[in-house]
Design a protein around this ligand. Structure first.
Ligand code: HEM
Ligand SMILES: *[C@@H]1O[C@H](CO)[C@@H](O)[C@H](O)[C@H]1NC(C)=O
Ligand SMILES: *[C@@H]1O[C@H](CO)[C@@H](O)[C@H](O)[C@H]1NC(C)=O
Ligand SMILES: *[C@@H]1O[C@H](CO)[C@@H](O)[C@H](O)[C@H]1NC(C)=O
Ligand SMILES: *[C@@H]1O[C@H](CO)[C@@H](O)[C@H](O)[C@H]1NC(C)=O
Ligand SMILES: *[C@@H]1O[C@H](CO)[C@@H](O)[C@H](O)[C@H]1NC(C)=O
Ligand SMILES: *[C@@H]1O[C@H](CO)[C@@H](O)[C@H](O)[C@H]1NC(C)=O
Ligand SMILES: *[C@@H]1O[C@H](CO)[C@@H](O)[C@H](O)[C@H]1NC(C)=O
Ligand SMILES: *[C@@H]1O[C@H](CO)[C@@H](O)[C@H](O)[C@H]1NC(C)=O
Length: 325
């Protein structure tokens, strides 16, 4: 064990110096020598689950985003709360995060195959990619690896760092800039809302009481608003969910942008992308699915490198839901 650990550290030091900026120490196929089948193991388990549960890609993609925006992509989102600590998982924006059991299954298999080698942060980054890619039967973006796991997870930091669905363009741009991401990344990554569902209470103010006068959000398509009102019947409905990209919420495609242009973005944060000329031009471009896939791959690479721990920082957790003791 000790020798393996040492060799591992040496290789990290040697190769680690090749990188430069934020996330520069991540590299392609980091586990090639230390755990040659790691990426296949992740893919096989994830594809097996997605084959029988089509809601999983949205869960894992969003989980990776929430991980990266809080303390960097360090698997802090996976940690359970303890008697003395309320973890990110139990913060308000955790609403509907799920799929932790699947990550745990992948980790358990990797611990059997190569104990103590593959980080939970890398497992999550790969799982997000592989779950979305199942639909295409090929990898939709490259994931550089070599992330290590953090030892801190605080609910208060999730609240402070996860963008709110009620935010305007200025605030969203600032939230992303705080993570080293620009307006292109904001518009491109918002395209993740082409899959998955959202809870009524996160947008029903747009239907029933936008400015406090019992009014609707004028920037929301009235035909669509009428439909949403049949799904979300009151401001107090906190349990019903609707598709974020109607009729296409299980398909990863560029339809989100087509919807957005029809003023059918679900959240204020989606609609906000049309309130800025640069962002709106990017929306136009991304309606082309080839452009969307290319750009999404680029922006995911940047998001996946936010604040990563590499080299001998952090640890390789034995179980993703608890930091090593
Ligand atoms: C731009 C800022 C963003 C805001 C304000 C935002 C907000 C939200 C909200 C409020 C939900 C609904 C949660 C629920 O009701 O259960 C949601 C769902 C989702 N978000 Fe975002 N999000 C943002 C960016 C992103 C990014 C960057 C990604 C990934 C790259 C992402 C991926 C997803 C996915 C896949 C879902 C569906 C989850 C499910 O079906 O359970 N979002 N987002
Ligand atoms: C973390 O919490 C989940 C959900 O409550 C639970 O299933 C899991 O066993 C916990 N992890 C550990 C290591 O106790
Ligand atoms: C509380 O936190 C301390 C470290 O700050 C840790 O040593 C201890 O095990 C924790 N106790 C529980 C019950 O989690
Ligand atoms: C989210 O946090 C709430 C408490 O705010 C907790 O009851 C719930 O179990 C958490 N959900 C997940 C998936 O951890
Ligand atoms: C599918 O997976 C999600 C995320 O793990 C879970 O919440 C949901 O209950 C699963 N659905 C079925 C039918 O198993
Ligand atoms: C955007 O929201 C922030 C925070 O609520 C607010 O201070 C700011 O005035 C808003 N900007 C615009 C242009 O509406
Ligand atoms: C955002 O950054 C990427 C990569 O550096 C760059 O290609 C793109 O033009 C930038 N977008 C904006 C709006 O600055
Ligand atoms: C609409 O908002 C106003 C101002 O916040 C509030 O006084 C009123 O009670 C709200 N109406 C409903 C139906 O919640
Ligand atoms: C509203 O959505 C309908 C489709 O449901 C579309 O035909 C119409 O053009 C949209 N209106 C606006 C103003 O975007």
């Amino acid at each position: 064990m000790r020798t393996i650990h040492l060799l591992f550290l040496v290789s990290v030091v040697v190769f680690g110096t090749l990188g430069g900026c934020n996330g520069g120490q991540l590299r392609k196929n980091f586990y090639k020598k230390s755990c040659p089948h790691a990426e296949d193991i992740v893919k096989n388990i994830i594809w097996k689950h997605v084959a029988s549960n089509s809601s999983l890609p949205a869960k894992l993609l969003r989980m990776h985003f929430h991980d990266c925006f809080v303390r960097g992509c360090d698997a802090s989102v996976l940690v359970n709360s303890t008697a003395n600590n309320t973890a990110e998982k139990d913060a308000i924006p955790n609403l509907s995060l799920a799929g932790f059991d699947v990550i745990d299954e992948v980790k358990a298999q990797l611990e059997t195959t190569c104990p103590g080698v593959v980080s939970c942060a890398d497992i999550l980054a790969l799982s997000a990619r592989d779950s979305v890619s199942f639909q295409f039967k090929k990898s939709m973006w490259k994931v550089r690896t070599g992330r290590r796991d953090g030892i801190v997870s605080l609910a208060s930091e999730a609240l402070a760092n996860i963008p709110s669905p009620f935010s305007n363009f200025t605030t969203l741009t600032q939230d992303f800039a705080n993570k080293g991401l620009n307006v292109t990344d904001l518009v491109v990554l918002s395209g993740a809302h082409t899959i998955g569902r959202g809870h009524c209470n996160l947008f029903s103010n747009r239907l029933y009481n936008f400015t406090g006068n019992g009014d609707a959000d004028p920037s929301l398509n009235s035909t669509y608003a009428a439909f949403l009102k049949t799904e979300c019947q009151s401001l107090s409905d906190t349990t019903t969910t609707v598709e974020m990209d109607p009729q296409s919420s299980l398909s990863f495609d560029s339809h989100y942008y087509t919807n957005l242009k029809l003023n059918q973005g679900l959240f204020q944060s989606d609609a906000a992308l049309l309130t800025n000329d640069d962002a709106s031009n990017i929306v136009d471009e991304l309606r082309d699915s080839a452009d969307f896939f290319t750009e999404f791959a680029e922006s995911m690479k940047r998001m996946g490198a936010i604040g990563v721990l590499t080299g001998d920082s952090g640890e390789i957790r034995a179980k993703c839901s608890v930091v090593n003791s």
